[in-house]
Design a protein around this ligand. Structure first.
Ligand code: DX5
Ligand code: ZN
Length: 216
């Protein structure tokens, strides 16, 4: 099991986004997490392709793009062109998930599926073999700074079992309310990638917080 960190720039200071990305470049972070929200699938609107394109010019870490949008199929090509290395779509909006995953993989990047807190892990049984990563939401998507949902630990264990049986290379990523305490427990139950937004960017020393999150 790897211990990877993806800071979520939703909590970054957009007045000085360039230096926040530079901080991540110099940190021990493994990916940069982008929360794309459309105001339909989630009750918030964040940012899209132009921001990712600009960040891609200065980023030295892979871009982990989390699509909280309806009809993600329509936008796979532009997000790939913008520099996404991993594209995550929500299970709850994909009527033809198998086709969507193939479309992402055909572009030569990593394909990932995200489950909302209420969506059971079992829905992935017939698609898990195709996935590079599964993202479990530990908050209801749409905002940073929310409280971690404890049931997530049980879902991670169920997912780990499914992955060990069907696709041991598939990574597990968790998103929402991550801090030193929840991060430690998540790594213990088998998570590979922790996403952290407010806990990193609201800290006095974000680079040090990233380093410490990796060794909790
Ligand atoms: C929420 C987003 C998360 C969020 C995490 O919908 O998907 O990535 O930015 O923020 P924190 O770590 O503050 O909960
Ligand atoms: Zn996210």
């Amino acid at each position: 099991m790897s211990r990877l960190i993806a800071p979520s720039i939703l909590s970054a200071d957009f007045n000085r986004l360039g230096s926040d990305i530079e901080m991540i470049n110099q940190s021990e972070a493994d990916y940069i997490h982008f929360d794309v929200m459309d105001g339909v699938f989630v009750p918030n609107i964040s940012f899209g392709i132009p921001v990712i394109q600009h960040v891609n010019k200065i980023a030295t870490k892979p871009l982990d793009v989390h699509l909280m949008i309806i009809e993600p199929d329509k936008f796979i090509e532009p997000f790939v062109q913008s520099g996404a290395s991993i594209l995550t779509v929500h299970y709850e909006v994909c009527m033809h998930l198998h086709r969507t995953i193939q479309q992402i993989k055909d572009k030569g990047i990593k394909a990932s599926v995200c489950l909302n807190p209420h969506t059971p892990v079992a829905v992935l049984e017939d698609i898990i073999a195709e996935l590079d990563m599964v993202l479990l939401m530990s908050v209801n998507p749409g905002f940073g700074g929310q409280v971690f949902i404890e049931n997530t630990y049980k879902k991670v264990q169920q997912l780990k079992e499914l992955i060990n049986k069907n696709n041991p290379n598939c990574l597990i990523e968790v998103d929402g309310g991550v801090n030193y305490e929840t991060g430690k427990k998540l790594y213990e139950v088998g998570v590979d990638v922790l996403i952290a937004g407010s806990f990193v960017f609201n800290s006095d020393n974000p680079k040090e917080t990233i380093r410490k999150l990796k060794v909790v």
